[in-house]
Unconditional design. Sequence first.
Length: 449
Amino acid sequence: MTLSDQSKPEPRPFSAVAFGPDGRPRPLDKYDGPMLASSQGSRRFHIMAKPAGSTCNLDCQYCFYLSKETLPQGPGAGRMSDATLERFIQQYIAGVTGPEVVFSWQGGEPTLMGLDFFRKVVALQEKYAKPNQKIENDLQTNGTLLDETWCAFLKEHRFLVGLSIDGPKDIHDAYRVTKDGKPTFDKVFAAAMLLKKHGVPFNTLTCVSRISAKRPLDIYRFLRRELGATYMQFNPVVEYKGFERTAPQVWDAMKLPKQGDPEARPGRPDSVVTEWSVDPEDWGYFLCKIFDEWRARDLGKVLVNHCETLVAQHLGLPSQLCIYGEFCGKGLAVEHDGGIYSCDHYVYPEYKVGNVHSGNLINTVLDRAQVKFGYAKNETLPKQCRECPYLRDCWGECPKNRILRTAEGEPGLNYLCSGFKRFFAHAIPEVERIAADIRKRGVQPQARM
């Protein structure tokens, strides 16, 4: 029996009667909808692959993923086997019926798998590709292992690279160091020059920490002028103190601080977050300064994730970032052992939803548990969020950051709430003018994943 015979792509059949965990029939509801409708129209979802798991050649202090190696009942350390790789690729391509399948290779550090692994990736994608379906690859890397051979391969096979770089040397080297504490900036900068030399498209991924949030223009201007970046992603570092063992939403909600409490900001012994987590007020300041620089100098020339999606949303398009979407759950993660998790920020045993070796990937994506996970982003919003004028710009941002209570004591408030409010109040009037100009010129914007 071939691998393809073992992994039929169609969702499991089921009758009009649904059954609960106890085996008893129950009424159908909205959480059954995606499975019921799975044969109608196109199916689109995204899987982030972690072929090297949490293994990395760096020891970035703020990394949320290194601890997965020692997480009890977690994926542990390991490398993705050829059998797991083939089963994942076959099931992913079979499960997506939309016009495009996007493979995202992340970590840890995925380049530790070596070039031969990625040659197998390309060969397997060609083996299982469906007619008229576009297959794309992106690779998130710290860049320190890239060389001429790597870059030639990435160019030949049209990989989009996400390069992790936090800004100029002193900012980057504050947290992004090797296992023996040595700085990495020079190697990462050299990797960027190699990618440019070979014509490999790359985005910059910049983590914004408690230190770097105070220097937005130094970071932006370095990325733009010295690195030549034209697509910038800025991710706020927010880590619940104890994240190494405690999964999001598993914490005791009534023990979380209220917005405005001293514990709701970093830098105190009893803070709810790690000392390197960005301060909410500084995050708002950072976004405002980045927006102003982008608007004044680079509108139409540089794509900045938080700016671009805000314009798109005010044009009536869906959010281009999952964090600003009304629902989530369509961006899962597969670990080196084939384990499937609700999201790469939810790689904890409580959120393990399947394994490519024991089921069909599409059935896992459409499973009731995963659908409920996606709906929970909206359903668990506190009253303060539902009454907020920026609700449709934010939708409570990422649920893993909802580690505060409102002033009334209701849980589920985003740690970065005050910063986002500052940003939206500052940027939206100008965003509306940009959107109006786009409409006036008759430009037809396209939704992006």
